[in-house]
Design a protein around this ligand. Structure first.
Ligand code: DAH
Length: 355
């Protein structure tokens, strides 16, 4: 009896100074395991007299409770200490400056879109946007391209439903429709964005970029269109002189229609824009067809104007010497760190577009 009390006092002292959770667990099984000290004391109860047993049992129960309490308090104490220590170690000072500051790069297509927007905003164009998922009416019908029109086949359209009512826009021209339907003339906008056609090789990707232009007012004519495009090309390629030619063409939404080529030559293996006797097609344009104006509730006997659609990716390839269109969309970080642009250097006409 006095033995077990002494043992209890020893264990209480041991537990007081113990800080290791495994050792506390060992103590627990030394005392209360199958052959534990306390467990064995309880087993002995069977061999004493009834009188004695009552007394002894109550003493043993008290000892058991005291030890078990001590053990669970100790375990909790050690666990709390460990959690606090970990929290202390994992604390991060988020206000400290970054040590390995590695700046990202702007993709050439984003850069070219910023450059184009900057150039056109200088001459009074604002920027409009339209959704990539378009309806058949805005993409074709309103643009004077009714059902069964051969131009629909040429667009290799990705339809999104069996009824062919929803599609991925095949050009940025539906933004013309959206803009004119929601406002009143005059209109002077550009609309850069993604376009989609089921087509893929070195110079075609199923997703590519265009910028649409639209200028509708009283007395707008082909001369304005030529002047505007001439100004744009010179600014974009950052040259003083440009060789440009308008070739008669056909688009359902313009009359007359033209395609524009720019002159270039290859000097020392490099393409030089604006000189030479080779021609490169870069855009389609024309005077907006009266039927299109009627479809968007603009009176064609009062208002007229021009529109154009430029392939952005190709312009970027030409300007920055990139010879495979597919690289644009491969998300290769090494390619981007070579051809990408400084994010803090926003293109502007005053500071230089691409310097
Ligand atoms: N939408 C035409 C295409 O993707 C390009 C185009 C041609 C746009 C003439 C125009 C335009 O606005 O007037 O092939």
């Amino acid at each position: 009896m006095s033995d077990i009390k002494k043992i209890k006092d020893d264990y209480i002292n041991k537990l007081n100074t113990e800080n290791n959770i495994d050792k506390v667990n060992n103590i627990k099984s030394e005392l209360f395991g199958k052959n534990g000290i306390v467990s064995n004391e309880f087993k002995k109860l069977g061999s004493v007299s009834v009188e004695e047993r009552k007394k002894l049992a109550s003493v043993l129960n008290n000892i058991k409770d005291e030890l078990q309490n001590k053990i669970s308090i100790k375990i909790q104490e050690i666990e709390t200490k460990e959690i606090n220590l970990n929290l202390e170690k994992e604390k991060i000072d988020v206000t400290l400056p970054e040590r390995d500051f590695e700046i990202g790069k702007i993709h050439p297509v984003s850069q070219v879109i910023d450059e184009i927007s900057s150039i056109f905003s200088e001459i009074g164009f604002s920027v409009e946007e339209g959704p990539d998922v378009e309806n058949e009416y805005n993409n074709f019908t309103a643009l004077n391209t009714p059902d069964n029109h051969p131009a629909r086949d040429m667009h290799d359209t990705f339809y999104l439903d069996n009824n062919k009512e929803l599609l991925l826009r095949t050009h940025t021209s539906p933004v013309q429709v959206r803009t004119m339907l929601k406002g009143k003339p005059p209109f002077k906008i550009i609309a850069p964005g993604r376009t989609y056609r089921s087509d893929s090789d070195q110079t075609h990707a199923p997703m590519f970029h265009q910028v649409e232009g639209l200028h509708i007012d009283k007395n707008i004519h082909m001369g304005h269109l030529k002047g505007c495009l001439n100004y744009f090309i010179k600014e974009f390629f950052e040259v003083d002189k440009i060789k440009m030619r308008f070739r008669p063409s056909h688009f359902p939404f313009t009359e007359p229609s033209a395609e524009v080529d720019i002159g270039y030559e290859i000097k020392n293996g490099k393409i030089v824009i604006g000189e030479g006797d080779k021609w490169l097609e870069i855009l389609g344009c024309g005077m907006v067809h009266p039927s299109v104006l009627k479809n968007v509730k603009v009176n064609p006997s009062k208002y007229q104007g021009y529109a154009f659609g430029i392939g952005i990716d190709r312009l970027g390839m030409l300007k920055y010497g990139i010879n495979d269109l597919r690289a644009f969309f491969e998300t290769d970080y090494r390619w981007l760190s070579h051809f990408g642009f400084d994010p803090l250097d926003v293109p502007s006409n005053y500071r230089g577009l691409s310097r």
